[in-house]
Each structure stands twice: as structure tokens, then as C-alpha cells.
Design a protein around this ligand. Structure first.
Ligand SMILES: [Ca+2]
Ligand SMILES: [Ca+2]
Length: 620
């Protein structure tokens, strides 16, 4: 027992000694940035601004960063080895260009890097791999300055404050002092953010009937939509990908999201908003309004027994139209609306938030039933399922499609007797709702035994016929629908060779294949492949003679051609570049001739190019 006590005592002493020596031997260098350019969060030097670090002690599984005091009154953060989260609630350092830290290690083999977090869960966002963290030095302070753009590229949302750090240390502890942000955040350094969704439908209400809050379609709109930093997530105003002038609001993880709006007067009107549920969550969506104050605490929602918010289906724009009086019933002053708050579950976008005078048109474009004579559809009918397939017996010449709309105000097309022109047939039934939105139901009718449905090309080569092939944009693959080739301005024809993906597929004639003469400029060529089942697929080639912008106007000189006695004779005015080809594009001869050209030929078809002008010559 005595021995055991001595060991415990010795261990305690040893630990105590290590603790005493394991601290920086010098104070951190005095910061050099002007206080007016600094937003600090942990520094004894900058006292005019800043929050402090708030060590997270509640996460038992994580090593805890502590705040130590050395050199009488100098605070230093001691970061243990591992993954240590530290709060710095509401620090707005993200508005600056860099985050600075002074970092001290007792060994040069220690490493340190860190992420910053938008939320209290401290899922840190780290710089991209392009950023090189400075190496630590033994018993020295090292300045670590990370561009804010690196964190933003790494996923940090610059529209929200920094809620914490996630320190990552190996071979520690390391010591940190003077954590502050400084410098200019250059918007040009930041990644371009876009909403990768389709554009919202064009609103159809006339300007005179509309009081808009957020819409690119109404130029007299209030445009007073200002997403708020409190009360849930921040709606982010972004352009639609490919449409820089069409903005939408993104709600990344709704939740709730509050926005103030310029005073909105909507007595007697209907509130419209287009909503797109891209992913995540259950698609539930609604909004509330406030006419009372600016805190967001007085938002009123419509009681559930008075309005049924539909679940927004994923991957399509859905227009919501809600009568304003329902909010009046809930206690909102419709002449003084100052805030709107969105509620939901998932990743949403909204567009075209406005109120209009009019009546609510029925948006129901679903079918109540859909069937086909003498065959069952698969899967079984459901109003929200829009694609069906069936198979009928060999020799069936026609089927009848029957359908009923859900709403009597809808319009229906595509039903009735349908002739089966092939063993693979596609039919569409389209429902147009009273409000103008449509829903298309597709029915594939297969006839007879299953047949090969492959109507793709395996390869496609466009060449000049004498060994030079041209590369299309985009690169060829069997699934591509349109290809553009830029070819030289003086190329009078191309040779197109294609192989079908299935031996059972056929070309529709030889249209688009083999020798194709080119006009200067744009030459469309379509290749149509027909699968065994009858399914057709078109590859649309655009041959751009002159390479897109260097289109040359080739004047075909008047050419007189005679053949006979095994000789082709051409006469024309002046000097000309001559090329003679076989019908499949093999170059036979090229030269420059003045006024006349003579070449021996056998029987067959030849292509004569005189200064780019093409003449087809038949030699009997
Ligand atoms: Ca300090
Ligand atoms: Ca828009």
C-alpha cells in the first residue's frame, strides 16, 4: 500500500511539473492591424470590439479548449490534441477579408488547422485544399491568416455570423492568442452562387392588378423584400442558373425564415407565391404575415381548419394562391403588413410573391382515372404518377385511351382511339387546369413480343473523306441529341459515317449519311435511327462551315462541265482552286487551273469543287 501511494504522489508531481512548463515561453506578438480595421473575438490588445471565446464543456466526447492566464494578465487559449469545438456566438468577423490567429506550439511536429461554423452544432466549414496552412515552429508564435473567401468556398454561409470554431490539433496542446478578423472581403474572390433550378412560370396577372413584393415580372413592384438574420434561417436571393436577371429566394433548410417587406396593402386581394421544393424534408410549406411590429413575434398563421396547405411536390414549380381575408380573420391588419415568415421542411425556392385582384383559378391538373382498352397499365393508376406502360398482342391495330379529369374546370387532350403504327408507341394525355398549368401523362404501348428498343448510335464520325476527322461539341456519346462541328471555310463537303448501337436498329434511308455537300455557314444534318421496336431517335448535327464566326461567302463561279471519251472537262472564268472527289469523298485530284480543267475519269459519280462551288458530275 505504501508503494502505491508513492507512485500516485510521484505521478501527481510529474503531471504538475509538465503543466507548469507546458505554456508559451513568450507572449504573443503585439498585433499590428489598425483597430479601426479589426473585428476581434479573443485578444487583450483589441478592446474596442469583439466577443470572447466560450469553451464548450458540455460535449464530453470532445477535448476541451481552456482559457489560461499567463504573464500575470495575458489570456491565451490552450487547445488540446483532437477536435475541440469553441463557441464565439454572433461574431461578425465574416464581413472581413481574413481571420488572424497567433499560434504557439512546443514542438515543430505539432499541427493545427480549424474550421468556422454558422450554427451551434459546430459543423465546421474548412478552407479548400488550395489553402496551405503554415507550419508550426517549436516554442515560437506563428501568424496564421486565413482568407475568409476560403471558408466561404468551403461552404460557410457569409450571410450569417460566426457561431464557433472547430480547432483541430495533433501533437498538442497548441496555444492561441489574438483571434480577430481584418481587411477587405473582395466579392470578386467569392464563388458565384446560383439556384440550380428551372425558372418559375411567367406570372399572367396584369401589372395594374398586382402589388408585388418579390418578382422580376412586375417592374412597379415594391421590391421591399429583406431577408432577416433572426428568427430562423436566412432566405438567400440568388439568380437562377443561366438566367442572371431572374432572381429567386433560396431557403436552404427551412425551418422558418423571416423577411421584412415594405408596407404591403392587400385588402381584398389574393396572395400568390411560386414555390419550388428541390429536395430534403417532407415538402410541407406555408407562410404567415405580421402587421404589428418588427420583432417577428406577432406573425399570424391561418388556422389549419380554414386553409389546407398542400404538400409541395418535389422538382416542380407550384403556385400558391391564398385569399388575404383569411389572414385578416387571423388578426392581421391587411393595410399594414410589414413581415412575412415562411415555414416548411426541405430545400425550397420561391419567386413571384405578390398580391392580385381577381379570383382564384383552379390549379388541379390531375386525372381522376386513366385506362386503355384490352390492357392493364403498369403501375396501377394514381393521379400523381405520370408515366405508364403496357403491352398488347401482336397484330392489334389500335387502342382506346380513356381518362377523366379530377376538376371539372380542367381541359383534357390525348384520349380516344390511337393507331399503333409500330411495336413501340408513345401517347400523351395532357390536362390543362383552369389556371393554365398542365400535367402530362405518358403511356407507352408495346405491341407483340418484347423487341429491342435501342435506337442509339454506337459511333459517329464526320470527316473530310481523306483522313481528317472533326470533333463535335459536345463530344459524341450515344445519349447526345445535338452535335455541332466547326469545319474550315473552304471545306465543300463532309463524309458522315455512323454505326447503330444495336444490330437490329436501322437508319431511315441514307439521309444524313455518306457524302454531304456543305453551304457556307450553317448546315443542318439529321440522322434518324429506328430501333427494332419502332422507337426513333434523331441525332441533329450542325456543320458550321467557317468555324462559327469566320463564315465566308463562297461565290460559285459559273462552271460548264462536259464528259465523254473518259475525260471530264470543266471551263470557268479566271484562276480557280480545283478539287475532284469520288462520291464517297475520296480526293482524286487538286490543283489550281486557269479557265479550264481536264482530268481522265471512269464511269461513276464525281464531285467537282471549283473555288468551293460544288458540281455533281455523272459519267456514263
Ligand atoms: Ca492574450
Ligand atoms: Ca424571379
Amino acid at each position: 500500500m505504501k508503494t502505491f501511494k508513492q507512485i500516485v504522489l510521484a505521478a501527481t508531481l510529474l503531471c504538475g511539473m509538465q503543466g507548469a512548463y507546458a505554456q508559451p515561453s513568450t507572449q504573443a506578438p503585439t498585433p499590428t492591424h489598425a483597430p479601426s480595421d479589426v473585428i476581434s473575438t479573443f485578444s487583450d490588445y483589441y478592446t474596442n470590439v469583439g466577443k470572447s471565446l466560450e469553451p464548450v464543456t458540455s460535449w464530453a466526447q470532445n477535448p476541451i479548449t481552456t482559457i489560461e492566464t499567463y504573464f500575470s494578465n495575458d489570456k491565451v487559449a490552450k487547445v488540446p490534441t483532437g477536435d475541440s469545438p469553441v463557441n464565439t456566438s454572433g461574431w461578425n468577423g465574416q464581413t472581413k477579408g481574413y481571420i488572424h490567429m497567433d499560434v504557439y506550439a512546443t514542438s515543430a511536429s505539432a499541427t493545427f488547422y480549424y474550421g468556422i461554423a454558422n450554427g451551434y452544432d459546430l459543423n465546421g466549414k474548412y478552407p479548400t485544399s488550395a489553402f496551405v496552412w503554415p507550419a508550426l515552429k517549436a516554442n515560437q508564435w506563428v501568424s496564421v491568416d486565413v482568407p475568409m473567401a476560403e471558408f466561404i468556398k468551403g461552404g460557410f454561409n457569409k450571410d450569417q455570423n460566426i457561431q464557433g470554431f472547430r480547432f483541430r490539433t495533433a501533437g498538442g496542446p497548441v496555444y492561441i492568442d489574438n483571434i480577430y478578423a481584418y481587411g477587405y472581403l473582395d466579392p470578386g474572390e467569392l464563388p458565384v452562387e446560383e439556384a440550380d433550378i428551372p425558372q418559375a412560370p411567367q406570372p399572367l396577372h396584369s401589372q395594374a392588378d398586382v402589388r408585388a413584393v418579390f418578382s422580376d415580372s412586375y417592374t412597379l413592384a415594391t421590391k421591399g423584400y429583406k431577408p432577416q438574420t433572426f428568427g430562423g434561417i436566412i432566405g438567400k436571393i440568388l439568380p437562377v442558373k443561366g438566367f442572371p436577371n431572374d432572381q429567386v429566394v433560396e431557403f436552404k433548410t427551412l425551418g422558418t425564415s423571416l423577411a421584412t417587406i415594405d408596407t404591403w396593402k392587400i385588402t381584398g386581394l389574393i396572395i400568390h407565391v411560386d414555390v419550388y421544393h428541390k429536395s430534403d424534408g417532407d415538402g410541407s410549406f406555408s407562410f404567415g404575415l405580421c402587421s404589428q411590429d418588427w420583432s417577428g413575434n406577432q406573425i399570424k398563421q391561418i388556422p389549419g381548419d380554414q386553409w389546407n396547405w398542400d404538400i409541395i411536390s418535389e422538382g416542380e414549380w407550384v403556385g400558391l394562391d391564398v385569399p388575404a381575408y383569411l389572414f385578416a380573420d387571423a388578426g392581421v391588419n391587411l393595410e399594414q403588413i410589414t413581415q412575412i415568415k415562411f415555414f416548411g421542411s426541405g430545400l425550397f425556392y420561391i419567386d413571384n410573391l405578390y398580391a392580385y385582384a381577381g379570383q382564384i383559378l383552379n390549379r388541379d391538373a390531375t386525372l381522376k382515372s386513366l385506362s386503355i382498352t384490352s390492357a392493364e397499365l403498369a403501375p396501377g393508376f394514381s393521379g400523381n404518377v405520370t408515366e405508364y406502360e403496357t403491352r398488347v398482342a401482336e397484330g392489334v391495330a389500335s387502342v382506346t385511351i380513356n381518362a377523366e379529369v379530377n376538376a371539372v374546370t380542367s381541359h383534357l387532350t390525348g384520349t380516344g382511339v390511337k393507331t399503333l403504327t409500330a411495336d413501340y408507341n408513345e401517347f400523351e394525355v395532357v390536362v390543362t387546369a383552369e389556371a393554365g398549368n398542365t400535367k402530362t401523362y405518358k403511356i407507352i404501348v408495346n405491341r407483340g413480343e418484347p423487341k429491342d428498343n435501342n435506337a442509339t448510335l454506337r459511333s459517329l464520325v464526320v470527316s473530310n473523306g481523306v483522313g481528317t476527322t472533326y470533333t463535335p461539341t459536345p463530344a459524341f456519346n450515344p445519349g447526345v441529341a445535338a452535335l455541332t462541328y466547326n469545319v474550315p471555310a473552304d471545306l465543300a463537303f463532309v463524309v458522315v459515317e455512323a454505326v447503330t448501337g444495336s444490330d437490329k436498329a436501322t437508319f431511315s434511308g441514307l439521309s444524313g449519311l455518306g457524302f454531304e455537300t456543305l453551304q457556307p455557314g450553317v448546315n443542318p444534318i439529321n440522322i434518324v435511327v429506328t430501333a427494332e421496336s419502332g422507337l426513333k431517335r434523331t441525332y441533329a448535327l450542325t456543320i458550321n462551315r467557317g468555324g462559327g464566326n469566320a463564315i465566308r461567302d463562297v461565290k460559285a463561279a459559273p462552271v460548264l462541265v462536259k464528259t465523254g471519251n473518259g475525260v471530264l472537262e470543266a471551263s470557268f472564268e479566271g484562276s480557280a482552286h480545283i478539287r475532284l472527289y469520288t462520291v464517297t469523298g475520296q480526293l482524286i485530284d487538286q490543283t489550281v487551273a486557269n479557265g479550264a480543267y481536264v482530268h481522265p475519269v471512269g464511269r461513276g459519280v464525281y464531285i467537282l469543287s471549283v473555288d468551293g462551288g460544288i458540281t455533281k458530275v455523272l459519267v456514263k
